[in-house]
Design a protein around this ligand. Structure first.
Ligand code: GBH
Length: 477
C-alpha cells in the first residue's frame, strides 16, 4: 500500500508485533505474599534440589527479580522501547493456592492490574496460563501432571482467567512447552517436582497436556463464544532447526526432514490435525510411547491453535551416515544451545510448508557467554553486550528475509526475556534484554545496548499491528 504525503511516496511497512516475554516464577519473587500458594518449584528449591555445584548458595525464585513489587516500573520499558507486545505468565498458585475451588482474590486482582499496565504502556498482552509452576497442592493430592484429575482443576483455572481477563486479552497461550514440563518435571525428574517416571510418564503427561489444551479451547469457544471469535490460541513449543549435514545429499535431506517431522509431529500436529505425525509414530523411540488419540479426542483437538508458537533457540544437523556438522556462529553459555541464525528463516519456512498457518515467534533469546570468568558470580550481566547484539542482528536479518522475501506470515517476534531472571536452576544465564543486578543484590535495572538497537530495528522495519498507543510517559530515569 502506498500513501501520498506532501508529494513523497511512503511505502507502508509490513505489520509485525514485537516485544518481550517472561514467566512468573522466573521474575516475580514474592513467593508467599498476598495469599499465593506454594508451587512445585518453591518446594523443589526450598528442599535444596536442582542446584549446580559451585553456584551461589541456594538460588531460587523466592525473590528473583522482585518483579511482583516492581512491575509498574518494569513495564514502563515497553513504552520507552516502543515495544508493541508483551508475553507474561500467570502463577496458577496465586489464583488457586490450594488446588481446590478456593480463589485468591488478591491474585486475580494482581494480574488484572498487571494487564492494565501492559496496555497502558501501549503493548498487546499475550497471556500464558501455565509456565511450569504447578500448585504443590495438586502434586500432593494426585501427583500433578501424572493424573487426569489435573484436567478438571486446570479447566476451572482457565475459566477464571477467561472470565476475569477475557475483556482485555486476545492472545492466549494456555501451556508453555508442555513437553519440556513433562520431560523435565515428571519424566527425567531434573526439574520440579523431580519425578523420575521415565518415558511412559513423560509421554502420557504430554498427551494429557494436548487433551487439556483442546478442552480449554473448547471451553472458550462454547462458554465465551462471542469474545472467542476474536481470540487467538497457540501452544509455544521449543523446536530446533535440523540441517542436513550435506545439503546436496538426498539421504541427508530426507533424514533431516524426518527428524524435524518427528518433533513437529509430536508438538504441533495434534493441535492442527488432531493426531501425532507419521514421523512421530514411525520413530523408534517416540513410536513406542506415543499414546493413541480416540476419535472423539481427535475431533476436539483438531484446529485448536490459530498460529504456530515457535520457541527458537538452537539447531543441529542430521545425516544418513550419522555425520554431524558444526553450525554455531558464536559461543553461548547454555550447553544445550547452538546459535544458528539462518535456522530461524529455515524453520519458519519449514513450519509454514507443513501447516500453512500464521507463525508467532513466542520465544527466542541468548544467555551471554561465560568465557574468561572465574566464578559463577562473574557472569556476563553486561550492558555492552556485543555478542547479544550480533545474535539479534543476524536473527533479525533472517526474520526479515523470511517475511519480506519468502512472504512468510510471521505475526510477532517476542524476545526472551524482558529482564534477567532465574533461569530455572541458576542466575548464571542472562537472557534478559534488561540487565538486573543480582550480583550485589540491588536488582537495579539497566537496558542492554543490544536492546536499544533491536528497538530501532523493529521500529524502522515494521509497523504496529495492534493499534495500541502508550498512555503513560516513558520509563523511569
Ligand atoms: C525455554 O525453555 C523456557 O520456556 C524459558 O522459561 C527459559 O527461560 C528459556 O527457554 C531459556 O532456557 O537437559 O540440561 O539440556 C527452553 C527449553 C528445557 C532447555 C530444559 C533446557 C534443560 C537443559 N529448555 N532444558 S538440559
Amino acid at each position: 500500500a502506498l500513501t501520498l504525503l506532501a508529494g513523497t511516496v511512503v511505502a507502508a511497512k509490513t505489520q509485525l508485533g514485537w516485544g518481550f516475554g517472561g514467566s512468573a516464577y522466573q521474575i516475580e519473587g514474592a513467593w508467599n505474599e498476598d495469599g499465593k500458594g506454594v508451587s512445585v518449584y518453591d518446594k523443589w528449591f526450598h528442599d535444596g534440589n536442582g542446584l549446580i555445584p559451585g553456584d551461589r548458595n541456594n538460588p531460587n525464585g523466592d525473590v528473583a527479580a522482585d518483579h511482583y513489587h516492581r512491575y509498574k516500573d518494569d513495564l514502563k520499558h515497553l513504552s520507552q522501547l516502543k515495544a508493541t507486545a508483551y508475553r507474561f505468565s500467570i502463577s496458577w498458585p496465586r489464583i488457586l493456592p490450594n488446588c481446590n475451588g478456593t480463589v485468591n482474590e488478591a491474585g486475580v486482582k494482581f494480574y488484572s492490574d498487571y494487564i492494565d499496565e501492559i496496555i497502558k504502556n501501549g503493548a498487546e498482552p499475550y497471556l500464558t496460563m501455565f509456565h511450569w509452576d504447578t500448585p504443590q497442592a495438586c502434586q500432593d493430592r494426585y501427583g500433578g501432571w501424572q493424573s487426569d484429575l489435573i484436567v478438571e482443576d486446570f479447566l476451572n483455572y482457565a475459566d477464571i482467567l477467561f472470565q476475569n481477563y477475557g475483556d482485555r486479552i486476545k492472545y492466549w497461550l494456555p501451556l508453555n512447552e508442555p513437553e519440556a514440563n513433562c520431560q523435565f518435571g515428571w519424566g527425567v525428574g531434573m526439574f520440579a517436582p523431580g519425578i523420575k517416571g521415565g518415558d511412559p510418564v513423560h509421554f502420557e503427561c504430554f498427551h494429557r497436556s494436548h487433551l487439556l489444551h483442546a478442552r480449554i479451547v473448547q471451553l472458550a469457544r462454547s462458554k465465551y463464544a462471542d469474545k472467542a471469535k476474536n481470540w487467538k490460541f497457540g501452544m509455544p513449543s521449543i523446536i530446533s532447526w535440523i540441517e542436513p549435514a550435506d545439503p546436496t545429499s538426498k539421504a541427508d535431506v530426507d533424514q533431516a526432514n524426518f527428524e524435524l517431522g518427528k518433533y513437529a509431529g509430536w508438538f504441533f500436529d495434534p493441535t492442527v490435525f488432531g493426531d501425532y505425525g507419521a514421523e512421530t509414530k514411525a520413530d523408534t523411540w517416540m513410536g513406542k510411547y506415543v499414546p493413541k488419540f480416540s476419535v472423539s479426542d481427535a475431533s476436539i483437538l483438531k484446529g485448536t491453535v490459530d498460529f504456530i508458537g515457535l520457541n527458537y533457540y538452537s539447531a543441529s544437523s542430521a545425516s544418513a551416515s550419522g555425520k554431524q556438522v558444526n553450525l554455531a556462529t558464536q559461543p553461548t553459555s547454555e550447553p544445550w544451545q547452538t546459535v544458528y541464525p539462518a535456522g530461524l528463516r529455515k524453520i519458519i519456512n519449514w513450519l509454514y510448508k507443513r501447516y500453512s498457518m500464521d507463525i508467532i515467534v513466542t520465544e527466542i533469546g541468548y544467555p551471554g557467554v561465560n568465557e574468561n570468568v572465574t566464578t559463577l558470580d562473574d557472569i556476563v550481566g553486561g550492558v555492552n553486550d556485543g555478542w547479544r547484539h550480533k545474535f539479534w542482528e543476524e536473527h533479525l536479518t533472517n526474520l526479515t528475509a523470511a517475511v519480506e522475501e519468502d512472504k512468510m506470515p510471521v505475526k510477532a517476534f517476542l524476545a526472551w526475556a524482558l529482564m534477567d531472571n532465574f533461569e530455572w536452576i541458576s542466575y548464571w544465564y542472562r537472557f534478559g534484554c534488561i540487565a538486573v543486578d543480582f550480583n550485589n543484590g540491588t536488582l537495579a535495572r539497566t537496558v542492554k545496548n543490544s536492546t536499544v538497537w533491536m528497538s530501532n530495528y523493529f521500529n524502522t522495519h515494521y509497523d504496529n499491528p495492534y493499534g495500541r498507543t502508550p498512555q503513560v510517559d516513558g520509563a523511569p530515569a
